[in-house]
Design a protein around this ligand. Structure first.
Ligand code: COA
Length: 201
């Protein structure tokens, strides 16, 4: 992740997640009007040093950046978002989050899959990110997609000087990655009851 801080414990809300079906989800390029909803999630997900509204507005104009929001169609509420930089053959995930009330519903995984789906068709070989060493929930999600540790950035997060774990995929064009990705995606579709069609990518 970029130097924006992440949640310290990485634990989703203890509440039961809001149930949602694939046809009630919509993912599209983040728009200015989405930013207030994004900020509601950001402020409860990434601690005191979360991104400011201006960071998202700037990033949405960054030529290298791509930002997406996930909406619950029933109430038009922003329930997740993610973003990345595309730099030559590397995609660097800069942010990913799910509204606390919707966590544990596979929506974080769905967003990661949608990101991978998008970049697998491009000339990308590696997907990288930084994550707090204490954020096991997020790390588990990345390990599930065969990200590996590539070292530490010491005292990377300014709020508590926590280390960042650098994570990277193997070459995503390799057969072994594709095989794992396809298996995981298939299981995800079975789990959530279908692949959402409401995507504007
Ligand atoms: C990390 C985050 C995006 C995961 O989203 P989510 O919708 O709750 O997670 P999912 O339901 O899609 O879970 C996908 C995988 O993540 C891992 N995971 C998610 N929650 C977990 C938890 N509480 N404990 C352990 N692993 C967990 C598991 O590997 C899970 O796969 P499984 O369902 O096969 O066990 C979400 O917790 C979040 O928004 N956290 C705050 C922001 C943040 O930390 N972002 C990441 C910055 S690097």
């Amino acid at each position: 992740m970029m130097t924006s801080p992440e949640n310290k414990d990485g634990n989703p809300s203890s509440l039961s997640p809001v149930a949602i079906k694939p046809d009630q989800l919509f993912i599209r390029r983040m728009k200015t009007e989405d930013v207030p909803g994004v900020m509601e999630i950001e402020s409860v997900s990434f601690g005191t040093h979360h991104w400011a509204k201006e960071s998202f507005l700037n990033e949405m104009n960054n030529q290298l950046g791509r930002y997406y929001s996930l909406t619950d169609f029933r109430n038009n509420k922003i329930i997740g978002y993610f973003g990345y930089w595309l730099i030559l053959d590397e995609v660097h995930i800069t942010t990913i989050a799910v509204h606390p009330e919707y966590r544990g519903n596979s929506l974080g995984e769905l967003q990661l899959v949608q990101l991978l789906e998008k970049v697998l068709g491009q000339t990308v070989h590696w997907v990288t990110l930084e994550v707090r060493t204490s954020n096991y929930s997020a790390q588990n999600l990345y390990y599930k997609y065969s990200f590996e540790s590539a070292g530490l950035r010491h005292k990377y997060y300014q709020d508590n000087r926590e280390d960042a774990l650098i994570m990277t995929t193997p070459n995503i064009t390799s057969q072994s990655f594709r095989g794992l990705y396809n298996r995981n995606k298939h299981q995800l579709i079975e789990k959530i009851g279908g692949y959402p069609q409401g995507f504007e990518f």
